[in-house]
Design a protein around this ligand. Structure first.
Ligand code: FDA
Length: 456
């Protein structure tokens, strides 16, 4: 067992933890980052699968994500736009596949009017929500004790409009069924992205990708931190007191004045805290749970859908793959489609064997793009649900009523233990932008506390 002493121990080498460590070291504090996996990046992971470079986790960058954009700039990373020329596809409640351009799905006039009214109502409510404190909204309790689905149904009797608006937050963002989270949680998702209209606009929310992959962010930060990043070091015990912390991994023990817990709060229960965390936090963390989505990559010898004037963008709340996009990697002549299978549908296909699941998912893509979609040269499913150190995707959210009940305490430091994770962010919630914001905030809080202690 190696024992080292640092000013700060950071647990988790995702975007949040590495941002915090980098900021702290820049300000003159010594750090050790302990990472359970044998790689950095957490939910950011670029890998080569059967010769194809795939972004297995997070990848898109949108204009509101200013903290991430600043980091990309600082690290000298360049972005490229998602391919979006041509028509998008939508399959409605009647089962018919329709082509469209713009944001609004090609639905009947009545459904279009109902969707427009719902979006306007949600935009107005979102404008009243502070993403860093959604519980402060005057109607927070009422909005947090009704499911998003029930709230939508109370606003509109148009089933297709409700299904579509639910899709933007449920299948596409929180990756939970719309009956499983509150209207307030949905408004937080929208407020964290600037407006509900931003969630509706794929060209905004899925705007650009990073050349070389978004995992470059944690990789380059880790490179700067060098030997201060320890891989294969899962922390299983954290002793804490006003005097400092001791973080224990199987072969390494770090004594420090402060700790940053930079992992999904759903994984805190894997760490033995001594003494146990306060009652409130022990309760709070149990009211958060991970969503679940399969990100499916299908690589073809060429982007054949473009020949038919299709952008590759497809949506349907009634399809196994509820959304899909052209995900062709920068500089590649081969074409890639990425599709998403969310929540209960993901559970269902995981009851099938791998071949049957692949067939079912490719059939769903073929129903959008034609028979050629059944024959990719590379096929890969990102399955974060089976990843020991993540256990779901994209991120964690509160159960019904949890956000207003526990939200005000979500990010509060616990003695010398500070928290940083995208799943606990306000602005940038559930995104790399939020992870970076949380990493910066934890570092700033620790610096303030360290300076205060030095002045005493
Ligand atoms: P993250 O989970 O990345 O890092 C935590 C780290 O802690 C991990 O490395 C983990 O191994 C480690 N750890 C856990 N327990 C530990 C222990 N006991 N000891 C030591 N280490 C431990 N975002 C976005 O902006 N654009 C996008 O397009 C997408 N798309 C997307 C797709 C998919 C499939 C996923 C899974 C996620 C996204 N996201 C996304 C979300 C985005 O990837 C995510 O919000 C951030 O990467 C989370 O960064 P954090 O550092 O907060 O946590």
């Amino acid at each position: 067992m190696t024992s080292i002493t640092k000013d700060v121990v950071v647990i988790g080498a995702g975007a949040a933890g590495l941002t915090a460590a980098h900021e702290l070291r820049r300000q003159g504090l010594s750090v050790a980052v302990l990472e359970a996996r044998d790689r950095v990046g957490g939910r950011l992971w670029t890998d080569t699968v059967d010769g194809a470079v795939l972004e297995i986790g997070g990848q898109w960058v949108s204009p509101d994500q200013t903290a991430l954009l600043e980091t990309l700039d600082e690290l000298g990373l360049e972005t490229y736009p998602r391919y979006r020329e041509g028509d998008s596809l939508y399959r409605g409640r009647d089962g018919e596949l329709r082509r469209f351009t713009g944001e609004l799905f090609p639905v009947s006039e009545e459904t279009a009017a109902a969707m427009t009214a719902l979006i306007a109502r949600l935009d107005a409510l979102t404008a009243e929500i502070d993403p860093d404190a959604p519980w402060a909204h005057p109607d927070a309790v009422a909005l947090d004790t009704i499911s998003f689905e029930a709230w939508l149904r109370a606003q509109s009797s148009d089933a297709e409009a409700v299904d579509n608006i639910a899709l933007y937050v449920a299948a596409a963002m929180l990756t939970k069924p719309a009956h499983a989270f509150s209207a307030l949680q949905a408004l937080l998702m929208a407020a964290s992205a600037g407006s509900f209209s931003h969630l509706v606009d794929a060209d905004y929310i899925l705007d650009r990708r990073v050349i070389g992959g978004l995992q470059q962010v944690p990789l380059l930060l880790a490179e700067r931190l060098g030997a201060d990043v320890h891989l294969g070091a899962p922390v299983h015990r954290l002793a804490w007191s006003d005097g400092g912390v001791v973080a224990s991994a199987p072969d390494l023990e770090v004594h420090a004045r402060f700790a940053v817990l930079a992992l999904a709060p759903t994984l805190f229960e894997r760490i033995g805290f001594e003494p146990p965390l306060p009652r409130l936090q022990q309760q709070l963390h149990q009211h958060l749970s991970m969503g679940f989505v399969i990100k499916v990559h299908a690589v073809y010898d060429r982007p054949f859908w473009r020949e038919a004037g299709l952008s590759g963008t497809a949506f349907s709340p009634y399809e196994l793959v509820h959304e899909a996009y052209d995900n062709t990697t920068h500089g590649e002549s081969r074409g890639t489609l990425v599709g998403f299978v969310s929540d209960q549908r993901a559970d269902d296909v995981f009851t099938l064997d791998a071949d049957e699941r692949r067939t079912r998912i490719l059939d769903a893509l073929a129903r959008y793009y034609g028979d050629e979609a059944r024959h990719p040269v590379v096929y890969f499913e990102s399955d974060w649900g089976s990843e020991e150190w993540t256990r779901g995707a994209y991120a964690a959210s509160f159960d019904l009523g949890g956000l207003h009940r526990y939200g005000p305490h979500l990010r509060a430091p616990i003695g010398p233990v500070h928290l940083a994770c995208s799943d606990m962010a306000g602005a940038g919630y559930q995104h790399v932008d939020g992870a970076i914001r949380m990493g910066r905030a934890a570092a700033a809080d620790i610096l303030t506390a360290a300076r205060r202690a030095a002045a005493d």
